[in-house]
Design a binder for this molecule. Structure first.
Ligand code: CP3
Length: 342
């Protein structure tokens, strides 16, 4: 944690969610080499190369491991496919009992290519911090129950209502495996870890406590016990006011912010010494021009009293013009320079 604090005290570092992806021609080029997206994630040579592409092009301050949150259902023995223009398609999970014979070590073995990718990245670039990640247990479970991306999450809502105990068992299984997976990532060389709880905004009240706070807290506590110096980033997207329950219960190092976070977070994080990460709207990054320039400056000012890592409020869109990314980074670095000389 000291190293990260030192970095953010010196300047506002920058990286983008999904920085390794389809808006880059060099990514689209490699993408063609594997038909199946998961095969690309598990091809350590290519995955390491893709992870480093945005660093070579933009000199971002962090590398994020190229992989996906849906490798967990795959490791649990479920079929996971990615269809162009549709998104992920998963073999549906119905009951926790489907995993009665689960051996966590066997499941983890399915993810050893990811560890190989991490070692490769560190071998090629030792100086840039590498972020490992997994999905939040609830978010991963939504994909498993719905069989893909869902608009209304009917299966999830029905299951929480009618089979709450079974839902809890499934969350526990995913949490357990995710912790072991992240531990392996840290042992293999990642410097920070991020948990993407992208669908946290679906839940409220006791459901939010049980299925968002509890599992994320378990991940935080387990990792801190074994790896106290590895910073942990949490992204409970669209939590709204529930974010206060999240922060009250979990001692997090970095909070990744979406577009609509409650502004009290700014003072609360200052008091709690939480680093804030965010939160440029990817839509404005697509539009560019003066609007983008104004928004970047506004964000730099808004977070100037906090320890801040510049990022987006969600993943970068494939139609983002590269020059807008360049301009944004340039502007952030200019502000950093101006502050240094003050
Ligand atoms: O650059 C990075 O951020 C690292 C790699 C990364 C990917 N996915 C690569 C990817 C990370 C951190 C993720 C996280 C992820 N994956 C999340 C959480 C963040 C979020 O966006 O809310 C979720 C929900 C997923 C699941 C997922 N993966 C979906 C819904 C899709 C399809 C939608 C889409 O953008 O196509 C993916 C596919 C995916 N993951 C791609 C990439 C680069 C595109 C696939 C391709 O190139 O064919």
């Amino acid at each position: 944690m000291e190293n990260l604090l030192k970095l953010v005290k010196k300047k506002t570092p920058v990286w983008f969610m999904r920085q390794a992806g389809r808006y880059l021609p060099e990514y689209r080029n490699i993408r063609q080499k594997e038909k199946n997206f998961l095969d690309l994630c598990f091809n350590s040579d290519l995955a390491a190369e893709i992870s480093l592409q945005p660093i070579k092009r933009f000199n971002f301050d962090f590398i994020i491991l190229f992989c996906d949150i849906l490798v967990i259902p795959y490791a649990l023995g479920k079929k996971v496919d990615f269809k162009e223009k549709i998104g992920p398609i998963l073999e549906k999970t119905k009951k926790a009992d489907e995993f009665r014979n689960l051996d966590y070590e066997v499941a983890l073995n399915n993810l050893t290519p990811v560890m190989k990718t991490i070692k490769k990245i560190k071998k090629e670039n030792i100086k840039t911090n590498l972020i490992g990640f997994c999905g939040g247990p609830f978010t991963v479970l939504t994909y498993m129950l719905e069989g893909g991306t869902s608009k209304n999450h009917l299966f999830v809502k029905k299951k929480i209502k009618e089979e709450r105990e079974d839902f809890e068992k499934l969350i526990d299984i995913i949490t357990e495996l995710s912790i072991k997976y992240l531990e392996n990532q840290i042992i293999s060389g990642v410097n920070l870890v991020k948990v993407f709880e992208s669908w946290a905004g679906l839940l409220d009240g006791k459901d939010y406590e049980d299925f968002i706070v509890k599992p994320n807290k378990k991940i935080q506590e387990s990792l801190k016990k074994k790896f106290p110096s590895t910073p942990l980033i949490f992204f409970p997207r669209n939590s709204g006011k529930n974010i206060f329950a999240f922060l009250k219960n979990i001692e997090i190092d970095v909070l990744s912010l979406d577009k609509n976070f409650p502004k009290e977070i700014l003072t609360l994080s200052e008091e709690k010494k939480i680093i804030l990460q965010g939160n440029l709207d990817p839509q404005i990054l697509i539009e560019g021009g003066k609007k983008l320039e104004d928004e970047v400056k506004k964000i730099m000012i808004e977070f100037s009293n906090n320890n801040h890592i510049f990022n987006l409020s969600h993943g970068i869109s494939p139609i983002t013009p590269i020059e807008n990314v360049e301009k944004t980074i340039e502007l952030i670095r200019k502000v950093n320079e101006a502050r240094k000389s003050h």
